[in-house]
Design a protein around this ligand. Sequence first.
Ligand SMILES: C[C@H](O)[C@H](O)[C@H]1CNC2=NC(N)=NC(=O)C2=N1
Length: 101
Amino acid sequence: MVERLSAEARKAAFKELSGWSEVSGRDAIARTFTFKDFNEAFGFMARVAVVAEKSDHHPEWRNVYKTVEVVLSTHDADGVTQRDVDLAKAMNTIAGQLGQS
Ligand SMILES: C[C@H](O)[C@H](O)[C@H]1CNC2=NC(N)=NC(=O)C2=N1
């Protein structure tokens, strides 16, 4: 059973999660990625989907043209866990490789 992060653990995690913020009113983290065009945005989602399946941890996301809005939370724990931090880091890495603006 994966556990929700304590307040201090989350604060520490945020130091390495550039671009992410807390969701007000919900134990979740969020980031909006903006790419060059739809093709890059969808390429990002395709690469993340592979990571999500491999780690059995899935994002809540919305794509409009070249933007991808992402919210991460662990449904089984009803809040932010290390899995969310790990997936957020992976997303930042993938976005960086794609030249996210
Ligand atoms: C059965 C399956 O392993 C679980 O439902 C996984 C799937 N992906 C998941 N994704 C997220 N974000 N939270 C979960 O609790 C979760 N649980």
